[in-house]
Ligand binder design. Structure first.
Ligand code: SF4
Ligand code: SF4
Length: 376
């Protein structure tokens, strides 16, 4: 038997095979009817990850889902969950004279509470540069010893090890002119926040593939055991998603919630121990400020004592102030699974990708951007 090469395993056309997709959808129709009957007429699953939102929208599969199934977007886009107060702190850093701000491109157009974004700050004279890796920012700090270089670190357990690695490298190099923000959020506490809301109507979680590749399966066990909510770690190809939904539906129908791994070609039960070790060295669990939720203890990562000197917020003494959401924007409700983008009165009218009002329309992983581009 021919063994599939790694490239074939990860991007095989089988993951997009029409006949297999049709058979998965046929199975879904029967399962969704049974699951919905048990859940009062409809069954709601949340795709926690922004890339799942984009993949569902881009494939057009939502239109083929059985009418009883609703896929809700969750708090899985790193840009969208960053609180308005933290966006304001990013803009305050950009206003510090002489500082070079380095960032991934997604952060450029997220507006602060005064209507400015990093793009506008650049037009006003701030030195804001897009980089493709935080290591590029470290290299820039080496090349510009007379300037302070700040990397805008936001995201989840996926981006944190990459940024942690860059900070560890800066420490090894003895760089005194490199620092980063650590606006990192943790996915398992986010799930607990959602589930502890008595108004939540989530019957299952499609769990993020990349985050799970780092943290493994164990941190999700409480969802199935304490809250009795099914979980399936799912990949990003169309058949991954259809299979993941069917696995969730089977758990609902059987009444036996558990944490399953559809994406086992990438995600292992123990996660990535090397990345976990790096995370525990560079960061420590701390309070985090979430859009629409507020500041919640033990839901994020900040710098550990050993790496505290690399915290840009402390170095430049930038205070935190709560700031309101953009007027009329429903990103908060969307992130909590309480609304879909078309429920927002600004969607596609005052708010489009070229003149975004809220972060869910700005980010490449944002739910509003996905619905606008692909129609849901
Ligand atoms: S970083 Fe990866 S796992 Fe997290 S939201 Fe983005 S795509 Fe999903
Ligand atoms: S459409 Fe725009 S204003 Fe409405 S929720 Fe989405 S990002 Fe916010």
């Amino acid at each position: 038997m021919k063994t599939a090469s790694p490239a074939e395993r990860f991007s095989s056309p089988l993951w997009r095979d029409k006949a297999l997709a049709a058979s998965a959808l046929a199975e879904m129709t029967g399962l969704a009817a049974q699951a919905a009957a048990l859940k009062g007429g409809s069954v709601n699953f949340m795709e926690v990850c922004g890339t799942h939102t984009m993949a569902i929208a881009a494939s057009g599969m939502r239109r083929l889902f059985p009418k009883e199934l609703r896929m809700l977007s969750g708090p899985g886009c790193p840009v969208c969950v960053t609180s308005q107060g933290d966006i304001d702190r990013v803009l305050a850093l950009a206003a510090v004279p002489g500082v070079i701000i380095t960032t991934f491109g997604d952060m450029l157009k997220v507006k602060g509470s005064k209507g400015l974004d990093l793009h506008a700050m650049r037009e006003r004279g701030s030195d804001v540069r897009v980089v493709y890796s935080p290591l590029d920012a470290v290299a820039l700090a080496q090349a510009e010893p007379g300037r302070q270089v700040v990397f805008i670190g936001v995201g989840f357990e996926t981006t944190a090890p990459v940024i942690g690695g860059a900070v560890a490298r800066a420490k090894k190099l003895g760089l005194k002119n490199f620092s980063s923000t650590a606006f990192f959020k943790l996915v398992p506490p986010a799930l607990e926040l959602l589930l502890s809301d008595p108004e939540n109507r989530i019957h299952g979680f499609m769990l993020p593939g990349h985050v799970s590749a780092i943290i493994g399966l164990e941190p999700y066990k409480f969802v199935a055991e304490k809250y009795k909510v099914p979980c399936v770690v799912t990949g990003f190809e169309p058949l991954d998603i259809l299979t993941g939904i069917n696995m969730l539906l089977r758990q609902v129908v059987s009444g036996k919630p558990s944490v399953e791994d559809e994406y086992f070609r990438v995600v292992h039960a123990a996660g990535n121990p090397v990345a976990q070790k790096l995370l525990s060295e560079v960061f420590t669990v701390t309070a985090a400020s979430w859009r629409a939720i507020g500041t919640v203890k033990a839901t994020g990562l900040g710098f550990s004592r050993v790496y505290a000197g690399f915290d840009a917020i402390k170095r430049f003494k930038i205070p935190y102030e709560d700031a309101p959401e953009p007027k009329g924007c429903r990103c908060g409700a969307i992130l909590l699974g309480k609304a879909l983008p078309p429920d927002c009165p600004l969607f596609g009218k005052a708010c489009t990708p070229s003149s975004a009002v809220g972060p869910c329309m700005v980010s490449s992983e944002g739910a509003c951007a996905a619905w606008f581009k692909y129609g849901g």
